[in-house]
Design a protein around this ligand. Structure first.
Ligand SMILES: Nc1ncnc2c1ncn2[C@@H]1O[C@H](COP(=O)(O)OP(=O)(O)OP(=O)(O)O)[C@@H](O)[C@H]1O
Ligand SMILES: [Mg+2]
Length: 307
């Protein structure tokens, strides 16, 4: 029952209490007299009306308490969201500045390392390895800067009517032959019954890609990863890896939260942002992994207000 009806519930209970009192008076044969006139029914009616009004007021106060508490929670959430977007805006400005300053020197370091690699004497394996390390690490830093810039300057979603299956097709093209997910048993299923939605297939396939990369890294070689498009439409990525540790679960969607030695911690934050750009949300579904007894991780990406 919604709290809108609580005052009437209170009033109803008040009436019932009045009725109960009257029945009790009759049962015990209690009579109230004013002079020589019996006034028991009037007194009972008076009690009933007073109790009903009292009940109505109590119900109303209780309902308003709930309403006020809900408003306070909404205000706290809005404040937290505003603080988060302020944080992101600051990170964005910082990222853009750092990227600008760091990208050119990185390119110089990389080409110098390539030159060095070419001029290494054939018998100096140590130096050749060092030159390769430098190039690999520069590539990693460059990828990190790109991820940071993508995150801090998001492209607005271009929502167009399209089938959920289209997102899976896009994802397949994106993921084909990608080293990150090679070696895992990846299954794709379109169970969306042809559901359509206003969506940005490009961005959603990137979000699925980030989820599948995580799933592949967690499940490891030979692990199972399943991607499903569901009616709604919505999407689900599940794996049979070890799952998300309970202590980490509240933080995994925070930008820069990572438990990996070489992670940036931006994959889930980006995917969650893409879900939000569709008016939906990304959530972890505990106990719905593909391992025995639901072990593993299961992420559900809903568009709009799909359940
Ligand atoms: N499928 C999964 N199974 C177990 N843990 C997961 C899974 N997906 C995400 N996580 C946890 O959530 C954390 C954050 O994931 P996220 O994708 O945002 O960053 P990352 O994978 O660490 O780095 P990157 O930016 O390279 O993606 C991971 O470090 C991991 O601890
Ligand atoms: Mg990731």
């Amino acid at each position: 029952m919604s709290e809108r009806h609580w005052p009437w519930l209170g009033a109803g209970l008040g009436c019932l209490t009045g009725l109960f009192d009257y029945s009790l008076f009759s049962l015990l044969d209690v009579r109230m007299m004013a002079g020589d006139r019996e006034v028991t029914p009037f007194i009972a009616l008076f009690y009933g009306v007073s109790f009903a009004i009292g009940g109505w007021l109590v119900g109303r106060v209780a309902a308003q308490r709930v309403y006020i508490r809900r408003q306070l929670t909404a205000v706290a959430e809005a404040r937290a969201r505003a603080a988060q977007s302020e944080k992101l805006a600051t990170v964005g400005r910082l990222a853009a500045g750092v990227a600008h300053e760091v990208r050119n020197p990185l390119a110089v370091i990389k080409s110098s390392a390539a030159l060095l690699a070419e001029s290494v004497p054939p018998d100096d394996a140590g130096l050749a390895t060092a030159a390769t390390f430098i190039q690999e690490e520069v590539d990693r830093l460059d990828a990190f800067i790109s991820a940071l810039l993508d995150y801090s300057r998001p492209r607005p979603a271009e929502l167009q009517p399209a089938r959920a299956g289209r997102v899976l097709e896009r994802f397949t093209t994106l993921a084909r032959g990608d080293a990150e997910i090679r070696g895992v048993a990846l299954s794709l299923a379109d169970e969306s019954d042809g559901a359509e939605g206003p969506l940005d297939a490009d961005q959603l396939s990137q979000a699925l890609f980030a989820l599948v990369v995580n799933a592949g890294q967690a499940a490891g070689a030979g692990g199972q990863v399943r991607v499903r498009a569901l009616p709604g439409p919505s999407f689900e990525v599940a794996d049979d890896g070890p799952g998300v540790a309970e202590a980490d679960a509240p933080r995994i969607f925070e930008p820069f939260f990572t438990t990996k030695a070489r992670g940036t911690g931006l994959g889930l934050a980006m995917a969650a942002r893409i879900a939000e750009a569709h008016g939906g949300r990304l959530e972890l579904r505990p106990g719905a992994g593909l391992g025995p007894g639901g072990r593993g991780a299961c992420f559900h990406l809903a568009l709009g207000s799909t359940p």
